[in-house]
Design a binder for this molecule. Structure first.
Ligand SMILES: Cc1cc2nc3c(=O)[nH]c(=O)nc-3n(C[C@H](O)[C@H](O)[C@H](O)COP(=O)(O)OP(=O)(O)OC[C@H]3O[C@@H](n4cnc5c(N)ncnc54)[C@H](O)[C@@H]3O)c2cc1C
Length: 471
């Protein structure tokens, strides 16, 4: 059995049609060849029906906040995906919808020749919406496969209250799922002709392709992150060699940069949590390290976020918070906020707080904020916004626009964590009530604020095209 059945769901009642040309894998979120259960399932179906596999990946200009940063990161992964698929005998179609005038029915055209469509089971962003809308429009079987989580989401049957409730469930299930997936093998190689809408992406033409898209060109590519499988593996290897051993101590000192920086690659599916967990475990066994703290973040915290988004309709809504949080916000809704910053002031990092400004600048230029200061960043936005929903919307929008790991289950679960999700009540204070509070003094006591600010200032000076982000 190459893929555990509990990862797979059929979302329509249409049959498989083996008389057609290929099995279509529509890569929406897991944009990789390795350790991709959805692609493995497509290959298994193809082998069963003596067909080949066609891997389809698209990028449109129409999703909210489409911009140079997000487009570039994604496109940087494409040439390598194509190379790997070609050597595996799998066909590859990439379609870049540059403007709204470009056709928008490519999936449907490819599906007409497919014996079945397989895609990613993913609880947020456009994949969630596609998986609700598309299956009923097709005359062929439509399967979604969970290749995002180590333990399939379906195995946690209810919404979990906190890390302590999901942790023992995951621990019980992990031995079954924390294992190397079967190798990808197709019996029949793809020998079809590529459609004329296929967009050829090379390392050399990415800039030109991005420039031709009708998207927001004011958000430039990250100064630090290069997209793609090769970059993901390189960064993981660096982390294993240099930082895993002291992650437990170093992760809460942002100026030390001891965390793995895997979140952008995880979000774009260029590497999987399963592959990272296996690599970490292997490295730990070889070097006799204890790595529970890292696996707690990668598996428990991350899969708690997937669990949350899977069980709610609108993951960014504060109405999803537990009752104690709702009562708390009601009680403190009219507390005085002073100062209150506009979205523009926040976005362009213009507050009185030098640490907060540096964290926001990290978001502007790198496309993520170190996890420890990201909590502080969120808490301060609550303090400086007119009301709680405005604070949540600001955080979600800034993530949507600038974060390479935004629009992810982790985005919503962690932004709502700032309001009390998966947390517990703390001593009462203004504005926050019983939500956990984080102070500048606390950050100074526990971390090297000056070193972080200096590091971010150096990063900001790096490239001229970053300056427009602060205007
Ligand atoms: C307000 C706020 C917003 C956030 N938005 C995002 C987001 O948009 N995307 C995102 O991936 N994470 C988000 N996080 C969680 C966390 O900050 C990032 O996952 C982490 O900083 C990513 O950096 P890293 O890969 O170096 O993490 P590491 O410390 O190296 O951790 C490894 C992996 O574990 C997972 N992880 C780590 N911390 C958490 C956490 N608290 N909850 C769930 N999973 C975690 C991530 O997948 C991460 O890549 C947010 C946190 C806060 C407080």
């Amino acid at each position: 059995m190459p893929v555990e059945p509990e990862r797979i769901q059929k979302l329509n009642s249409a049959p498989e049609r083996p008389d057609r040309d290929y099995i279509l894998y529509w890569s929406q979120m897991n944009r990789r060849v390795e350790a991709n259960h959805a692609l493995l399932y497509a290959a298994a179906l193809a082998n069963r029906h003596h067909l080949s596999v066609l891997f389809y990946e698209g990028l449109t200009c129409t999703y909210q906040y489409a911009n140079d940063r997000l487009h570039t990161f994604l496109l940087e992964g494409v040439p390598e995906t194509e190379r790997r698929l070609r050597s595996a005998g799998i066909g590859y179609v990439f379609y870049l919808r540059r403007t709204k005038a470009f056709r928008n029915d490519v999936l449907y055209e490819l599906a007409q020749r497919a014996a079945a469509v397989v895609t990613d089971d993913y609880p947020t962003f456009i994949a969630r919406e596609h998986n609700q809308r598309v299956p009923r429009k097709l005359d062929v079987a439509y399967y979604v496969v969970d290749s995002s989580c180590v333990v399939p989401m379906s195995q946690i049957e209810e919404r979990q209250y906190a890390a302590y409730t999901i942790r023992p469930k995951l621990a019980r299930l992990l031995p079954k799922y924390l294992k190397q997936p079967d190798p990808l093998r197709v019996k029949r190689r793809f020998d079809g002709v590529l459609p004329d809408f296929h967009t050829r992406v090379t390392e050399r033409n990415i800039r030109e392709l991005v420039a031709a898209c009708d998207i927001d060109h004011s958000v430039c590519p990250s100064v630090d992150f290069h997209g793609g499988r090769i970059a993901a593996v390189k960064r993981l290897d660096f982390f294993l060699e240099n930082n895993l051993a002291w992650y437990a101590r170093g992760r809460n000192e942002p100026s030390a940069h001891a965390t793995s920086d895997m979140s952008p690659y995880l979000h774009f599916g260029q590497i999987s949590a399963l592959e990272i967990a296996l690599a970490v475990r292997e490295h730990a066994q070889r070097h006799k390290l204890l790595v529970n703290e890292y696996l707690e973040e990668l598996i428990v915290r991350r899969e708690l976020a997937f669990n949350y988004t899977r069980f709610v309709d609108d993951p960014g809504s504060l109405n999803n918070l537990p009752e104690w949080c709702l009562q708390n916000m009601k009680k403190h809704a009219s507390d005085t906020r002073d100062p209150v910053y506009s979205r523009k002031q926040l976005e362009s990092a213009r507050t009185y707080d030098d640490l907060w400004n540096a964290a926001q600048k990290e978001m502007l230029v790198r496309g993520k904020i170190h996890g420890y200061y990201r909590m502080y960043w969120g808490k301060k936005i609550i303090e400086w916004s007119r009301n709680y929903q405005e604070a949540a919307d600001t955080m979600i929008d800034i993530h949507g626009r600038y974060a390479l790991d935004g629009r992810d289950p982790n985005t919503y679960a962690n932004i709502l964590w700032c309001f009390g999700l998966h947390d517990r009540p703390w001593p009462e204070r203004p504005i926050f009530g019983t939500m956990r509070y984080m102070s500048y003094e606390g950050m100074r006591r526990k971390t090297n604020v000056e070193a972080y600010i200096t590091g971010i200032e150096e990063l900001c000076g790096h490239r001229a095209d970053q300056r427009k982000l602060f205007s």
